[in-house]
Ligand binder design. Structure first.
Ligand SMILES: Nc1ncnc2c1ncn2[C@@H]1O[C@H](COP(=O)(O)OP(=O)(O)OP(=O)(O)O)[C@@H](O)[C@H]1O
Length: 311
């Protein structure tokens, strides 16, 4: 896969606050890339540099291998900020038409695309409503549509699901997958780790302005796995003592086991089989991104904030 965006040693300081402190990463074309981190980590500042709103203090941004040009390249980018970026007094239809044309579409193409998206999202009846009369979730849907209307190659979504109910979250999620399938690259920024697990191919985790993880969700989970398995058996073996494992938790015939050093998962299975215990289910438990994040920053106030969220 070719690289669409390359961020090299980016820095942005606000007086002594190191909002982004020497961050580098690359994003493949057509991928769904997760930019993750707690509140204040530096995600918005990074995005503002990628969208040309802030100039970096140091470092480079390459779009399709060329130095990012904030004036001309902005047409290739669709940015949905976390805060509402719409004109409150304008009518919904007018607003969508205006923004599509501002991003270089002809009136005719803009109308065709607005119509298609409004039908897809069941928004036709909103055309003459004022933006200020929309609910938070309706505004969020409109904002998503106006971000993707002009068919940008790179779509940047900052907390796109905030304020959406499960049905509308799924609607947007499906469209994110559809856009990626058609070759659009998506940057998805959030502090909600669980949302990323099912959506993103690749993630970068930032904390206090620095990158602390970079890789595919699968690779990262493998890297941090703790060799924990769950086993469900029809009958417990005569002895649960075996050098290959330790019991982490037991609830009747449902067991959580940790493989001991020097052993493999099959050694546990063999013990159960030798003891005439029928195995009903057996699978590995991989850590969630939230757990990995907490492990990486253990003991800090940020870790405690995330422990509360997961509790
Ligand atoms: N314009 C600014 N002036 C001064 N400090 C700023 C400015 N913008 C951001 N910061 C600081 O830079 C740090 C990173 O902020 P940023 O908004 O990038 O975080 P974030 O990861 O997007 O957080 P959140 O999830 O809360 O939106 C914070 O400490 C913030 O206070």
């Amino acid at each position: 896969m070719s690289t669409i965006l390359e961020v090299q040693n980016l820095k942005k300081y606000f007086s002594s606050q190191k909002a982004v402190d020497d961050i580098s990463f690359t994003i493949s074309q057509g991928s769904i890339f997760g930019l993750l981190g707690p509140n204040g980590a530096g995600k918005t500042t990074l995005i503002r540099m990628i969208t040309g709103i802030f100039y970096p203090d140091a470092g480079n941004i390459l779009l399709n291998g060329k130095k990012f040009d904030p004036v001309n390249d902005v047409i290739n980018i669709g940015y949905m900020p976390e805060e509402r970026g719409l004109y409150k007094k304008m009518k919904v239809g007018e607003q969508a038409m205006y923004l599509a044309q501002l991003k270089g579409m002809s009136k005719q193409d803009a109308f065709a695309n607005v119509k298609e998206w409004f039908e897809k999202f069941e928004m036709q009846s909103w055309w003459n409503k004022k933006v200020e009369d929309l609910s938070k979730g309706m505004g969020q849907k409109l904002q998503f549509v106006t971000t993707v209307l002009h068919e940008p190659k790179l779509v940047i979504l900052d907390e796109p699901f905030s304020g959406l109910d499960p049905v509308n979250s799924n609607l947007i999620k499906d469209e994110i997958f559809n856009l990626a399938k058609k070759g659009t690259t998506i940057i998805f920024s959030t502090h909600r780790m669980e949302q990323v697990e099912e959506i993103c191919d690749h993630i970068v985790l930032v904390n206090k302005g620095q990158k602390i993880l970079d890789g595919s969700v699968k690779e990262i989970k493998q890297q941090f796995k703790q060799h924990i398995f769950t086993a469900e058996v029809d009958r417990l073996p005569a002895t649960l003592q075996h050098p290959s494992f330790s019991i982490v938790k037991q609830n009747g015939t449902d067991l959580t086991l940790k493989i001991n050093e020097g052993y493999q998962s099959n050694d546990i299975l063999l013990h159960f089989i030798n003891q005439q215990s029928m195995i009903v289910a057996y699978h590995e438990i991989l850590p969630s991104l939230n757990e990995i994040f907490i492990r990486l920053i253990e003991g800090t106030p940020t870790a405690r904030q995330f422990e509360t969220v997961t509790a």
